[in-house]
Design a protein around this ligand. Structure first.
Ligand SMILES: NC(=O)c1ccc[n+]([C@@H]2O[C@H](COP(=O)([O-])OP(=O)(O)OC[C@H]3O[C@@H](n4cnc5c(N)ncnc54)[C@H](O)[C@@H]3O)[C@@H](O)[C@H]2O)c1
Length: 230
């Protein structure tokens, strides 16, 4: 994994496939391919917002730091969308990659922590742009209960299990102090949530079927530094 990837841990260390090729028919992507596709998707989503209709593998390379040969190989399954000298059609590529990553449609998120970070996340488009909707926000602070943060009212974390069922929540986002994160991860697992996005520094223990993504700005900076120094 490169410095720039969001650290991803599948609980219990289930076997990962090799970083092989990608075809739209692939049943299961390797972690490396899935991580690169997510990075292309991020750039493409932004490019689309800026009104760009086509993008070349060279441009994608500049924004993602994945070399353009690798990008062309990853996207070779989308041949008809890539034209020499013109590049890829941004719209088509976004929907193809989303289909491959199985992220088409809406996915519901529960956010934990209505503090500085939680409020910023709930009030921004960073998840909505990619089809994720914050449908519930949890915080035990009595001063915050019932407050409207972004699109939802703050609830007590004790309501978690009922809300997961009611709102079909598939991702739990932890924007809480490190010390609170493991207990919440346990509750999410108990409620049947299989994906946890962890903004805290906690090293979370989860069972094999659950995936934890940890995002750290310092790690992203290390990645930038690596390219600056080499
Ligand atoms: N990765 C990143 O990009 C990034 C950026 C900023 C902060 N952080 C991390 O995110 C976390 C939150 O940072 P912050 O600045 O918003 O802190 P904050 O103190 O402003 O907010 C934390 C909130 O979590 C709530 N909380 C505590 N226990 C909880 C529980 N069991 N369930 C739900 N909510 C609970 C608190 O009441 C508080 O409202 C910290 O771990 C911080 O290190 C990560």
């Amino acid at each position: 994994m490169s410095f720039g990837d969001v650290a991803t841990k599948t609980g219990g260390g289930g076997a990962q496939q090799g970083d092989g090729g990608l075809g739209p028919l692939s049943d299961r992507l390797s972690l490396g391919v899935a991580a690169r596709l997510s990075r292309y998707l991020q750039v493409l989503t932004q490019a689309r917002k800026m009104g760009k209709e086509t993008i070349s593998s060279q441009e994608l390379s500049e924004y993602t730091h994945v070399n353009s040969t690798q990008i062309r190989r990853d996207l070779s399954g989308f041949g008809k969308f890539g034209k020499r000298g013109v590049g890829y059609n941004v719209d088509s590529l976004v929907s193809q990659i989303r289909k491959i990553l199985r992220t088409s449609g809406q996915h519901n998120i529960a956010l934990f922590g209505a503090g500085h970070l939680g409020k910023a996340i709930a009030s921004s488009d960073i998840f909505a742009d990619h089809g994720f909707r914050v449908v519930a926000i949890f915080d035990p602070d009595p001063a915050k209960l019932g407050e409207k943060v972004g699109p939802a009212l703050v609830r007590h974390p004790d309501d978690l299990k009922a809300m997961v069922e009611e709102e079909d929540i598939v991702v739990g986002v932890l924007a809480v102090p490190t010390a609170a994160a493991q207990a919440l991860a346990d509750k999410l697992v108990d409620a049947g949530v299989k994906i946890i996005f962890n903004y805290s520094e906690a090293l979370l223990q989860v069972p094999p079927e659950v995936t934890v993504h940890t995002s750290s700005p310092a790690v992203d900076l290390l990645y930038a530094l690596y390219f600056y120094l080499t």
